[in-house]
Design a protein around this ligand. Sequence first.
Ligand code: SF4
Length: 682
Amino acid sequence: MTMSATAERASVCPMDCPDTCSLTVTVTVADERVVKVRGSRANPITEGVLCNKVSRYYPEFVHGKERLTVPLKRTGTKGAGDFAEIGWDEALDTIRDRFQAIIARHGAQAILPLNYAGPHGMLAYDSMSLRFFHKLGATVLSRRPLCGGIKDEAWRSVYGAAPGMPLQQIPLAKLVIVWGNNVTVSNLHLMSRLNAARKKGAKLAVVDPKRIKAAERADLYLPIRPGTDVLLAWALAVELERTGGLDRDFIAKNVLGFEEYMARAREWPAARAAEACGVPADDIRTLAAWYRDAAPAAISYGNGLERNRNGGSGIRAIAALPALAGKFGVPGGGILAAAGYSFPKSPDKLQRPDLVPPGTRTLNILDVSRHILDDALDPPIQGVFIYNHNPVIVHPDQNRMKRALAKEDLFVVGCEVAMTDSMRYADVVLPAATHFECADIYPAYGQQYLQRAEPVIPPYGKSLPNTEIFRRLAAKFGFGGPLFTASDEELIEDAIDGADARMQGVRPAAVPTGGAIPMTFGGEEPVLFRNVFPKTPSGKAELASEGLEQRFGQRLPSYTPVESAYPLALITPSSDKRISSTFGGVKACDATPLLDMHPADAKARGLADGATVRVWNDLGEVRLPLRITDAVRPGVVCSAKGAWFKTSDNGQTVSALAPATKADIAEGACFNDARVEVAAYG
Ligand code: SF4
């Protein structure tokens, strides 16, 4: 047997993950197949290491049986998955004809793009696609509320669009508080920096409802009740004040709203907060003392702790701590956050929101299923174009989304890499190229290196890059001119402001592949309050926010407990197999996720380890194998999000239990406000 020749090519991980790793991809030369994916050192953050998810599953994701390789039209009922192959011309002509019929009857706003954050390259994420929908006059989708919007809005209310601390400064810290961030699953490259800091004597504190791996190595672990983060952060502020840990000079010079903020925080001293948060008061006092005394001291908060009704308040109150304790201004101090603001992105030039006709409505992504089912909506939604998104798996109130997409008079277009559960509802399915088959440029939201990638293989089967799909669709609609014929190279030039000093004179389309450009400020890594400063209206850290008061009535953080007849809080963090729902189609992700429950809760319900249980509330029911473990606190059950319907015996996954309610700010999703009951099944 002869080994076929292979070549190694540089790429970048496009997943919805803060790390944005640099990759070395091994491809077979003869038939251009991806056979291996490894971490590279092109981006220093990656250190040649990447997560098991991408290294194990990516080749199957590109070439596996779920991969879409040809355009399809639906031949069976919606959701059943019966399709027949068609050509690209027929697919695009069908979309044009159906959309034009809808526009003739109801206007262009009856069409809605339904997209989220599958790939994170700026071109695939949204470039030609939004130019097309904006020019069409389609309803504008507000996507951020599904994920990321609360956190971003909360950060910006305190510090504006300024970047927080870079990941590589963590080893300088003497204390790191990891707050709601499952590092080994969702922020892998923080772990090696935490280990480096600890080797030099730093303390590690973890705040999380689940005893994650990092918690097992921590010097202090606070198993907080979901949704009470704001109370813990207030109690820490009160302790700092009580024990002389406030930096009065820094506050006088750099903080707005201090007195108002502390007046509210003082309602929650350690003893009271301890009860509500479900953690020992002494541990709160210890953490406050450590934070007061450590210099530099860093906080890393994750994605997820804000997905509840108090989520914006929780992030704001955590973000206030370094301002109160004077932890900014030194490398290794502050908060790992908002790295996306390090990059000179130019989304207006790339996506052209100026093309949106005046008066066009904007709908919150969380309300899409409700709006589709609303016959009184004027104009009604008659056409939906799903791309970079798997709505039936990831939206709250999953059953409502299924009913919406199954509506017979709704024309659904899907554009995807794999035959996801959402694609099964589409009338026309367009096969999208993976990022290994496309050119793109990659900022990041968890680190501050800009990267670019070229295709490492040609588009697989008859798939096409998102940019080319929307170029062809624009041509079908007669949208001409340079905006709609722009090449990928031209789009990359539009995506990033090449004249910005951070680009060091390098054109965006000339960023070397197999390299990475660090975003610096005055030639140095960003350090908040040293070389970057809050971009708030006052130029200070704003602990009371006029902007949030005007939009959401939230001048100060607030706390509202969840009232429910269902006794258990269900949290649905990231899985160690999937990235959101990506990779849900690969063989290794076939297993039904476990439900973790504390022994006391299992005993109270007479449940045995390994039994199948039903987990339900008024929105739905999910059947899951039970794992009894003290890694979750009493009163909380936990199951990983993102599993596909093939893991379910009744077509429902954990999103079926998540309410479609809105958080305190940003109208964001409240996945972790799900309250459920659990009983034996069968
Ligand atoms: S998912 Fe995250 S950790 Fe894994 S390879 Fe991609 S960027 Fe790296």
